[in-house]
Design a protein around this ligand. Structure first.
Ligand code: ADP
Ligand code: MG
Length: 159
């Protein structure tokens, strides 16, 4: 296959989607935190907790793309509001690497509702509400691979 064909049709095997299963997770810094100027402080906490950034971009989701990303929640009463909120401003998307990445990152960000989040967690410090809760974190290795590939092709991340 020539180089052009490779770029047009990147190979998407389990290995390219998640080359080191169990060691990567996906995160977004959500519009509330980005708008408040907290992206740098949050990335600093992420690195201080031992995560390496292996892909990173600032972008903005359309309502349709936010709807696709959160499709699993389409039956939940907050789905429409969530899609509007997630497309209301710029976000940062990133793939992070660490041993036990998914679970350790969920611990670092804290509970969905900042009122229930442990002291010192990212959501406790930065979240404004249960909806505008500063950060996303994948809930499984499988979803981490799917979500990372939603935002980054294989040439936009450290392999
Ligand atoms: P988490 O982000 O902690 O994995 P969920 O996957 O359950 O939480 O929900 C996805 C996102 O939807 C949350 O991060 C939050 O922004 C929003 N959300 C969840 N529950 C509610 C709710 N009860 N009301 C409004 N928004 C919510
Ligand atoms: Mg979730």
């Amino acid at each position: 296959m020539n180089q052009k064909a490779l770029i047009l049709q990147p190979k998407q095997t389990n290995e390219t989607l998640n080359p080191m299963a169990g060691t990567r997770t996906f995160t977004m810094i959500k519009p509330d935190a980005f708008e408040a100027g907290n992206a740098g402080a949050i990335l600093k906490m992420i690195e201080a907790a031992g995560f390496k950034i292996v892909a990173l971009k600032a972008t903005r989701l359309s309502p349709a793309l936010a709807g696709k990303f959160y499709e699993v929640h389409s039956e939940r009463p907050f789905y429409k509001d969530l899609c509007n909120y997630m497309s209301s401003g710029a976000i940062i998307a990133a793939i992070l690497e660490k041993e036990n990445a998914v679970e350790d990152f969920r611990t670092l960000i804290g509970a969905t509702n900042p009122a229930n989040a442990a002291e010192g967690t990212i959501r406790k410090i930065f979240a404004k509400s249960i909806e505008a809760n500063a950060v996303h974190g994948s809930d499984s290795d499988e979803n981490a691979a799917i979500e990372g590939s939603f935002f980054f092709n294989q040439y936009e991340r450290v392999l």
